[in-house]
Design a protein around this ligand. Structure first.
Ligand code: PLP
Length: 298
């Protein structure tokens, strides 16, 4: 596919309550968010005409903004509706949806009482986050040099643009070194998450995944926990150090973009994609397309 910059495409973007031509959906260079990182966003996928877990995403957008001490001037129901309308206007049934909310250019100073919160929603086609061949074999990750911050240092559980500064650096370093992604530890040295996905490990038929105290509370992670528990698989949500990776047989990452992607390597540790990961990958694929009923919440 040829490279088309994101500001030079055909279509419509929903901006502050109305549709504007894609190329006109602009904000000024003195936008508060650009200078001070006061922006939050979501990443959603529509499968066969339905946005998967739409309301959970809109609720998280609100929660992320509240963690950054600002309010979104549209209700969860209004954001849900705007996401659906943006997909419909694009004529897409399978696509990626990107809502973003940020403090605008009304005031440029650390204090931001006079800023307004602006909201935009764009959608585009986005097939697989990792290339399908690599995904089937299991992706390889290196250790990130950056750590997820202490929640007292930054609002680590918000999907805040500012937290992706370390994700972008870690992911680009990994790609330069021939890996697909990077695995981050948290500030205490516990295994945390990849740069855009949560992580699960398998040992003796049980799953192990870190708690969401310094990482994003992934909507795919929640879904996979429900899918696993519905199959009678025990899910251990607990903290663990990298040394424990030597005792796990399988590993996979989860995220709206990554879906369920098997992992074959993290730094010095190797894993073999096998029945448990591949089974959950398949279940998730069927669930998002409405071919499997939603498991009861645990
Ligand atoms: C840092 C990070 N962790 C985890 C996730 C997975 O979250 P979700 O499953 O809600 O997409 C994402 C994806 O948005 C992410 O960016």
């Amino acid at each position: 596919m040829s490279f088309v910059p994101f500001d030079d495409r055909d279509g419509w973007i929903w901006q502050d309550g109305e549709f504007v031509p894609w190329r006109d959906a602009k904000t000024h260079v003195l936008t508060h968010a650009l200078h001070y990182g006061t922006s939050v966003f979501e990443g959603e996928r529509m499968y066969a005409g339905e946005i998967f877990k739409l309301t959970e995403h809109s609720e998280r957008l609100h929660r992320s903004a509240n963690l950054l001490d600002f309010e979104i001037p549209f209700s969860v129901a209004e954001i849900d509706q705007a996401c659906k309308e943006t997909c419909a206007k694009a004529g897409l049934d399978d696509c990626y949806i990107r809502p973003v909310a940020f403090r605008g250019p009304e005031q440029v100073s650390v204090s931001a009482f006079k800023t307004r919160t602006h909201v935009a929603i764009a959608v585009w086609e986005w097939p697989s986050y990792f290339d399908p061949e690599t995904k089937a074999r299991g992706i390889k990750l290196e250790w990130a040099k950056w750590r997820r911050p202490d929640p007292l240092t930054a609002p680590s559980t918000s999907k805040a643009a500012g937290l992706y500064m370390i994700c972008t650096m870690a992911k680009m370093a990994a790609e330069r070194n021939g890996f697909s992604d990077a695995m981050m530890l948290d500030w205490r040295g516990y295994v945390a998450e990849a740069t855009g996905a949560n992580v699960f490990f398998v040992r003796d038929g049980e799953l192990h995944t870190p708690p969401v105290d310094a990482i994003l509370d992934g909507i795919t992670r929640r879904t996979v926990i429900q899918l696993a528990e519905a199959k009678g698989i025990k899910v251990n949500v607990r903290l663990f150090k990298p040394e424990e990776l030597a005792t796990f047989s399988e590993c996979f990452v989860t995220g709206t973009a990554a879906e369920v992607t098997p992992v074959s390597q993290i730094g010095e540790y190797a894993f073999k994609p096998a029945a448990l990961s591949l089974g959950l990958m398949e279940d998730y694929g069927r669930l998002v397309r409405g071919q499997l009923s939603t498991p009861a919440a645990a």
